[in-house]
Write a protein that binds this ligand. Sequence first.
Ligand SMILES: [Ca+2]
Ligand SMILES: [Ca+2]
Ligand SMILES: [Ca+2]
Ligand SMILES: [Ca+2]
Length: 405
Amino acid sequence: MGRFLARRDQPSVRLIVHGASRRMVARQGTAVVFLVCATTFALTSASRGFSAGRSPIGSEWPAAIASSSANADTDGDGLTDRFERKWGVTDPLKADTNGDGLLDGAEDPDGDGLSNLGEQRFGTNPSNPDTDRDGIPDGRDDANRDGVADGKQQDDRPVPAHLRPSLAEASSDYQCYVPGSGDNGACTGDPQSDVTVVLYGDSHAGQWAPALNRASAARHWHLFIMAKSGCPSVDVPRSNPACAAWRSASEALLAAHPPSLVVITNYSHYMYQHHKYSSAAWRNGLARTLAAMPPESRILVLGDTPKFARNVPLCLRTHLTNIAACETSRSDAISATHDRVEQSAARAAGATFSSMNAWVCPYDPCSAIVGDLLLWRDNHHLTSTYSVQLAPALGALVANALAAP
Ligand SMILES: [Ca+2]
Ligand SMILES: [Ca+2]
Ligand SMILES: [Ca+2]
Ligand SMILES: [Ca+2]
């Protein structure tokens, strides 16, 4: 907060990208909103930088790859050199071929519900959604005929030996934002930049601070973290009076020093007086928060991330041979209704709505571990390790929102 105030004498903090106001976006924004939604939600191969059914990868392999042993995995993405060579969808020398942060093993370029790792395991074609042509997508086939679809068993594998962070370290794997304490002042992106990005919300905003800090440093944005555990930036009643005071102070600061972009994101499962907020209450609260934002600033509303049935690292300690035992189905972990509510409020206010769930929950059930990376430090907060990993994807969403007309 102090660092934000320090910009009081710097008029450049009012930088308005392309000179357009958010109200102009509201008038012109329908096509923009649809465009952003398409790029965010369509999990097609094209939108993820893959080309299903056609090899984007060269056929001239370096000698080491061409002759590597059957189970060698040179780039460490979980896919053998042989599998990557055979199908040509991913590069055996790159763990993240399309550079979005999601490792090749967890990508699902043909959209059949089976990750590349699952395709490798079940011997199916990663660029053909129905390899055996029986009219059933590969993810819903049941290769071992045990009554459970292959997609639900793709993470039936042991916890990797070199898991990062380790299960013991998971609960303290955070950076930039310290749970319960807030911004620790360590993450400012590029503090020399006049393009200012504010991350505004509760601990679910805080969990993105490591990714946004990495993206901000790379793309030259000055990052400010305005986050408080247990306090949504959405204007809904909370029993903790400190929340309303924090929100008022935050919004006064934003009004005095309008940033280029405000990223609003929050936990979606708050209870108030023993009940979850109704859709109408959340929509109206978000609308009030959006109305309180500076008209000069672009706004990105980022949908909430999954909530698991159990504390993921604690569960994995007792299920070391089967990651899937600690996963939660996508429909239970993510509320499509909540996303629609936030999208509708954002659209009405001329703000952008996006979601990172294609990278956080790349297939169903939602992942606990991708490659050697542990995603969760409890049952609904990302590890800092995985947050940083997704800097390319989050950076692209934020850049889109900054470039909105
Ligand atoms: Ca590999
Ligand atoms: Ca990727
Ligand atoms: Ca697939
Ligand atoms: Ca099939």
